[in-house]
Design a protein around this ligand. Sequence first.
Ligand code: IMP
Length: 200
Amino acid sequence: MSKQVIFATGNKGKVKEIEMILADAGFEIRTMKEAGIRIDIVEDGKTYEENALIKVRAVAAQPQAQGCIVMADDSGLEIDALGKEPGVYSARYLGEDTPYSVKNAELIRRLEGVPDEKRTARFVCAIAAKLPDGGEIITRSTIEGRIGYEEKGSNGFGYDPIFYYPPYGKHTAELSEEEKNQVSHRGKALRLMKEELKKI
Ligand code: IMP
């Protein structure tokens, strides 16, 4: 079984996180760019799983990906009081190029007057892998928390400054990379994927 993995993302931060988690199982990770694959993928699925599958299928169809495991993730933030918005549209919420300071301020504004116990939210992550024999594996995980009242912390990315994680009493942007990997939706979904891949 090949241990060569191509991760379908342009996001350097994600690749670093994935390397930290998968390297000890002997997987060698490359980005699409490092594998010489330059394609635009339209992520028009209605669920995280569909989007992750769209990405791995498109990359696995490229000649450079033959014999490799192709992996991709799709993730988002679900806020219960907003009907699970922004959800699968998290990256596109208020426009793809809008700074997160603006997106975060708007979400806090929309939750004005909503008490603590109703500010529940979660990050969700689905990971798909397409194997050299065409087989597909999907894992999913979440991290449960609440939307805070202001931005806190400067680590992480995206919605981390407004996501309060009760077990640590901190916003996820206040956690170190290692602390976040231990408990994050992506970290947990990746570890589940690692266990699945070890079986084959
Ligand atoms: P993706 O990169 O297409 O999966 O888009 C996921 C979007 O969800 C990101 O652009 C962020 O807006 C949000 N998101 C997903 N995971 C996290 C996280 O760990 N912290 C903060 N925001 C996240």
